[in-house]
Design a protein around this ligand. Structure first.
Ligand code: AHM
Ligand code: MG
Length: 346
């Protein structure tokens, strides 16, 4: 990891990537527009109760429910609108898809269309909004298949390995954008006085080994056998088969948990459990697991469903859910090995 590069703005980094032939002008514009939308979301999140943005979104007097069957917060809806509005007119997109919308969103006819598809979770970690704990925006960029100008849901169903860019913005004590265009993972911190993102880490690197795990332990009794065994061995510490003591952290905002892991290592897991098994898992492949997997792999880490490399999963639905294991490479490999051994014995 190199030291902070205070003079490199996000704009300069993107222009240099364009000059190096690693991104084109449309992708540069797209990322700049997403970053600008994230700044607006950061301002709304930062106002908290003073901005009147906390609490549940209402629709006809009732709690508004999204396609996931989850109650929407006012900030979920507002963040979705900010991203949609910001990205509709630029001419770089053929379509958008969001956690908060049942189907993909075409670019309005009044605007030109481009070659990219943008997917996002506008405000991840919604359960933390009302308690002033970090939340974030996650996004993934794909190429629209050749010859398609009006993207439908099916055109978004590409594996994570097809992503051309991915990132998240964390709204914590500071607002940070973490980005990959396939050449390393870099972090940018929002300079609130200037109003721009400034590179603070070029080439984030996740340590291969870790002594820290992140999982919602309250689901333990619902997990599959290999997960029970894996975490049981972590908890057994120095006296157990792993031979070392582990620490645990769980923010319940994936963006915040992954940001910690990109910064100092660790393994993040939201495994299959009997409550979410029918849905395939809790977290969504297309706009949560895949972009995080791209960022983590670009930082030297690994991401898996426990049985398959995350970015190799062939998607079947826009809102498809998957089990998630990601972070320090050796630890992800260890978790995968517990699943492999279990499946082989079965
Ligand atoms: P959301 O997109 O509705 O906010 O849900 C995703 C979040 C993740 O950020 C986090 O890792 C997980 O759900 C927390 O789940 P739980 O409350 O079961 O611990
Ligand atoms: Mg989410």
């Amino acid at each position: 990891m190199t030291s902070p590069s205070s003079s490199i703005s996000l704009t300069r980094y993107l222009i240099e990537e364009q000059r190096a032939g690693r991104i084109n002008a449309d992708l540069r514009l797209l990322i700049e527009v997403v970053a600008r939308a994230c700044k607006s979301i950061s301002i709304a999140v930062g106002k908290g109760a003073l901005g009147g943005v906390l609490g549940d979104a209402l629709s006809a007097g009732e709690a508004s429910i999204n396609v996931q069957g989850e109650a929407q917060k006012k900030l979920d809806v507002l963040s979705n609108e900010i991203l949609l509005e910001a990205n509709a007119w630029g001419g770089h997109l053929a379509g958008l898809a969001s956690e908060e919308m049942d189907t993909s969103h075409p670019i309005p006819d009044v605007y030109p269309r481009g070659n990219y598809l943008l997917l996002f979770d506008p405000l991840d970690g919604s359960s933390n909004i009302d308690v002033n704990i970090s939340v974030g925006t996650i996004f993934s960029v794909l190429r629209c298949p050749d010859g398609v100008t009006r993207a439908q849901d099916e055109h978004f169903l590409q594996p994570g390995s097809a992503q051309v860019a991915a990132g998240y913005c964390t709204y914590g004590p500071s607002t940070m954008l973490v980005l990959t265009v396939g050449h390393g993972t870099h972090s940018f911190t929002l300079d609130r006085e200037v109003g721009g993102f400034v590179m603070t880490t070029r080439g984030m690197t996740i340590p291969e080994e870790t002594r820290e795990f992140a999982v919602n332990m309250s689901n333990q009794r619902f997990w599959e056998a290999p997960m029970q065994r894996y975490v049981g061995d972590l908890l057994a510490g120095r006296e157990g088969p792993r031979g070392k003591d582990f620490n645990m952290r769980w923010v319940a905002s994936m963006v915040a948990d992954v940001h910690r892991i990109l910064t100092r290592g660790g393994i993040f897991s939201y495994p299959l459990d009997s409550k979410c098994a029918a849905k395939g898992g809790k977290l969504r492949l297309m706009y949560e697991a895949n972009p995080m997997a791209f960022l983590v792999e670009q930082a030297g880490g690994a991401a898996s469903t426990g049985r398959e490399r995350m970015m190799d999963v062939a998607p079947t639905g826009l809102h498809q859910r998957v089990p998630v294991f990601l972070g320090s490479r050796r630890e992800v490999e260890a978790a995968v090995e517990y699943h492999r051994a279990h499946d082989a014995a079965a």
